[in-house]
Design a protein around this ligand. Structure first.
Ligand SMILES: [Zn+2]
Length: 196
C-alpha cells in the first residue's frame, strides 16, 4: 500500500465508471453497506468479468497488526451478494437482465444485458469498436426507427457525409458567384448568400 492510497482510500464511488451505468445503484448500495462496517474501507478492484460484477476490498488489520477477521467475515457475504445480483441486472441500463453472449459464438463476449440492450438479436451485430454505451444507444435508436443496426449505421454515415458534401458544394457555388474562394469567404466571415 502506498502512502497516498493510505491517505486517500479508494472507495466504490471512485470506481463507479469501471463498469456500466446499470450497475451503479447496486455498487452504491454495496458502498453504504461496507461503509457501515468500516467507514475507511478500501476497495482494490471493481470490474466486470464474464458478465458479472467483481469487487475486491483490501484486508484490514487492527492497531497491533492483527488481521481483522470480523471485517473479512462480514464484508464477503455482502460482496458475494452484490456480485450474484449483478448477473440479473443489465449492466448498460439497469433493467432486468441475464448473461448473454455475442452472436451464437461460445467463449467470446459475455455481458449481462436486458433484451433491449442485447444488440445481437438484431440482424447484423454492432461492431465491437463502439463502446458498450454507444452500442446500447445505437441499438436503441435503430430500434426506435425500425432499422437494423447495420442499416442504421449505413444511413447515419451516409446522411452525415452527404450533408457535409452539400454544404461544401453550396459554399463553393456561393464563392464562385462572388468571384472568390471558400477559404477567403470563411476568413472574412462572409457566409450569407446575398447574391440574387
Ligand atoms: Zn439494458
Amino acid at each position: 500500500m502506498t502512502d497516498s492510497l493510505a491517505l486517500h482510500p479508494l472507495q466504490i464511488p471512485d470506481c463507479l465508471h469501471s463498469v456500466g451505468p446499470g450497475w451503479q445503484p447496486l455498487l452504491m448500495r454495496l458502498h453504504k453497506q461496507l461503509k457501515a462496517l468500516a467507514s475507511d474501507y478500501r476497495v482494490e478492484d471493481v470490474k466486470e468479468k464474464f458478465g458479472g460484477l467483481r469487487v475486491r476490498v483490501a484486508d484490514r488489520f487492527d492497531a497491533d497488526g492483527e488481521f481483522d477477521g470480523d471485517w473479512a467475515d462480514a464484508s464477503s457475504p455482502l460482496i458475494r451478494a452484490a456480485e450474484a445480483m449483478s448477473q440479473t441486472i443489465c449492466e448498460f441500463c439497469g433493467a432486468q437482465g441475464q448473461p448473454r453472449s455475442r452472436g451464437d459464438r461460445d467463449g467470446g463476449w459475455i455481458k449481462t444485458v436486458c433484451e433491449r440492450c442485447h444488440p445481437i438479436r438484431r440482424p447484423g451485430a454492432i461492431p465491437a469498436t463502439f463502446s458498450p454505451e454507444e452500442q446500447c444507444a445505437i441499438a436503441d435508436h435503430a430500434d426506435e426507427l425500425g432499422l437494423s443496426v447495420i442499416q442504421y449505421i449505413r444511413q447515419t454515415a451516409a446522411s452525415k457525409a452527404t450533408q457535409w458534401q452539400r454544404e461544401r458544394d453550396g459554399l463553393h457555388e456561393i464563392a464562385e458567384r462572388r468571384g472568390t474562394t471558400v477559404e477567403e469567404m470563411l476568413q472574412r466571415g462572409f457566409l450569407i448568400d446575398d447574391t440574387p
